[in-house]
Design a protein around this ligand. Structure first.
Ligand SMILES: Nc1nc2c(ncn2[C@@H]2O[C@H](COP(=O)(O)OP(=O)(O)OP(=O)(O)O)[C@@H](O)[C@H]2O)c(=O)[nH]1
Length: 330
């Protein structure tokens, strides 16, 4: 991005729904250069009033669950119904390998050539916090560009699904037919976050197993949720391959959205997310400063050694690190 960045021009292009301009605006939001960050914030402030009109759905599930096929099918169904669909991704592994895995256009054959869809792979550098922040800001851009459905994809491992749940209205958890003990393998935390659960690949010989797994999962879920909760996550079956169950699934997502809205919870959830993000950014930035502080860096190896050998407790070592940081930042 060598040329001068004209924020007004970018904002106009995004609002007119120009795909090339939208892509450039996202690149700006993803950039970590200080001058780009400042321009990106200007752009976001300008576009913020035009955002917020989409339904934001997080889609999580371990690799192999069939997310690409599912999103391709669901997204195509929605564009056929007249929606404009943006697919974004938060892929923590891409921050380590430098390669983007999620949101890969080549694996969404129909959606990638659909005029009414926009697919953006995960930003590829930085911490999970940084990647998630870029995606959250990208939601503002695609909404301002007129996309009324935003699907944010992530893998069901690590903290990424928490980050995605924090930027969406509805968390959709995809799983495969597992029964009994294998159910234990599904992390409780993920089930607590999920608003809609679907056992995917419920086709052919897997169909009956999928239904059985869905019933068991629904039973397990009852124990996790307070009976008076506003929303009880349904457990459905579907197939990204055949498209069976996608209609029902989407109507449950809409039902979830209207239940939250009617109770005043939707706006409240979005407001709460903004506040949480604010603190998360403070946390990330402070953590970066501590790691980069010269005093901390020179002290760290010997302190770590002392903690390892038991010469120093973790609490005392942490105190010394913070003292060193504070003297450095004065
Ligand atoms: N039977 C059946 N197979 C499916 C279905 N969806 C995907 N598959 C197959 O499962 C494999 C993985 O599917 P992908 O859509 O690439 O999804 P993924 O492995 O979860 O990858 P990510 O997109 O990274 O999540 C492929 O071989 C698909 O053909 C389905 O609904 N039914």
């Amino acid at each position: 991005m060598a040329r001068v960045i004209d924020v007004d021009q970018l904002a106009r292009g995004v609002l007119e729904g120009k795909r090339g301009v939208l892509a450039r605006a996202i690149t700006l939001v993803e950039s970590k250069r200080a001058d780009h960050r400042a321009k990106a914030q200007e752009l976001l402030v300008e576009l913020l009033p035009k955002s917020g009109n989409a339904i934001r759905v997080g889609i999580t599930g371990v690799p192999g669950v069939g997310k690409s096929t599912f999103i391709d099918a669901l997204g195509t169904m929605l564009t056929e119904q007249g929606h404009r669909v943006a697919v974004l991704a938060v892929d923590p592994s891409s921050t380590r390998t430098g390669g983007s895995i999620l949101g890969d256009k080549t694996r969404m054959n129909r959606l990638s050539v659909d005029e009414q869809a926009f697919i953006r792979p995960s930003p590829t550098s930085g911490t999970l916090g940084g990647v998630a922040q870029a995606t959250r800001e990208t939601i503002v851009l695609v909404e301002a560009a007129g996309f009324d459905v935003v699907l944010v994809e992530t893998v069901g491992v690590g903290q990424s699904e928490v980050a995605v749940a924090n930027m969406t209205d509805c968390s959709l958890f995809l799983t495969l037919a597992r029964t009994g003990d294998q159910l234990q393998g599904i992390k409780k935390g993920i089930l607590e976050l999920a608003d809609v659960i679907a056992v995917n690949k419920a086709d052919g010989e897997h169909e009956l197993d999928a239904r059985k797994a869905a019933r068991e999962l629904a039973g397990a879920l009852k124990l996790l949720r307070p009976p008076d909760a506003l929303w009880h996550p349904p457990v459905l079956t579907c197939s990204g391959l055949t498209g069976v169950g996608l209609d029902e699934l989407w109507s449950r997502v809409l039902e979830h959205q209207s239940t939250l809205r009617d109770a005043g919870e939707l706006d409240e959830r979005r407001r709460r997310q903004q506040v949480e993000w604010t603190w998360m950014m403070v946390h990330d930035e402070l953590w970066r400063q501590v790691r980069e502080s010269a005093a901390v860096r020179s002290l760290a190896p010997s302190l770590e050694e002392k903690v390892r050998s038991g010469e120093l407790t973790a609490t005392l070592a942490a105190e010394q690190i913070l003292k060193a940081f504070q003297s450095d930042s004065r």
